[in-house]
Design a protein. Structure first.
Length: 244
């Protein structure tokens, strides 16, 4: 599967409604104010009913987005032998979502990396920086390559990037000390999480370099419809927009 980074269309297709146009304009304008160039991942996965869409993401119909994640690190799903984790410079700076419509609000939780690192035990933070781990994807039956769960942030020498995975899908593997530290980190994230609810017309922007977030699974068949976008401040400077 090839992932192509491309500019988002200026306007939706002929079937786009006025609400679609307004939400897309809101998302694109917000990214521009933050100094980012909007883009998204386009896959050629015929099994994905939304593969042909750039911005419209019905989050409550997509199981991959549930659980802790940072957009761009594992979307689409791992496909051996290609890399599961992309280089940090190719990870979007911002993730935004606009609640287009819905009978129920869309719920999301987020944890700031600094708050999480402060709340974690120092020995756990040190262990996850030192020891590499792999994760077994129970949905696909594949394992990721070895990665560091905690790594220094390129934005600030005194902060970290802490990548957590969906506990019900990804099983941590590695040194027993690292696995235990990772599970404790997930528990801390759950206790320190902040929740936000999106009603129709609401928008949220996550700093993808400073926090990890999670969309809550739908509790009924009448979930909210969200239009989402990923954006990066460095996308114009990338020598290649194709990532294998």
């Amino acid at each position: 599967m090839e992932l192509t980074f491309g500019a988002l269309p200026a306007a939706p297709g002929a079937d786009g409604s006025k609400a679609d146009i307004a939400s897309e304009a809101c998302l694109m304008g917000s990214m521009a104010l933050l100094g980012a160039s909007a883009f998204s991942y386009r896959s050629h996965d015929n099994d994905n009913p939304f593969a042909h869409l750039f911005t419209k993401i019905i989050l409550h119909e997509t199981g991959d987005v549930f659980g802790w994640h940072r957009d761009g690190r594992c979307s689409p799903a791992f496909d051996a032998p290609r890399r599961f984790y992309r280089p940090e410079e190719h990870v979007p700076d911002f993730v935004a979502a606009f609640c287009l419509r819905g009978d129920e609000p869309a719920s999301a939780s987020y944890v700031d990396f600094r708050e999480l690192a402060t709340a974690m035990a120092p020995e756990d933070l040190s262990c996850l920086q030192r020891e590499t781990m792999t994760f077994f994807d129970t949905d696909t039956g594949h394992r990721t390559e070895q990665v560091h769960v905690v790594s220094p942030s390129p934005l600030d020498d005194n902060s970290y990037i802490i990548d957590l995975k969906h506990a019900d899908r990804f099983e941590p593997e590695g040194h027993p000390e690292a696995v235990s530290a990772y599970r404790r980190a997930c528990d801390v994230a759950q206790s320190k999480a902040h929740r936000v609810d999106l009603h129709p017309g609401d928008m949220v922007v996550f700093n993808n370099k400073r926090c990890v977030h999670a969309w809550s699974p739908k509790e009924s068949t009448r979930g909210a419809w969200l239009q989402g976008v990923r954006a990066s401040c460095a996308v114009k400077n990338w020598p290649s927009r194709s990532v294998q």
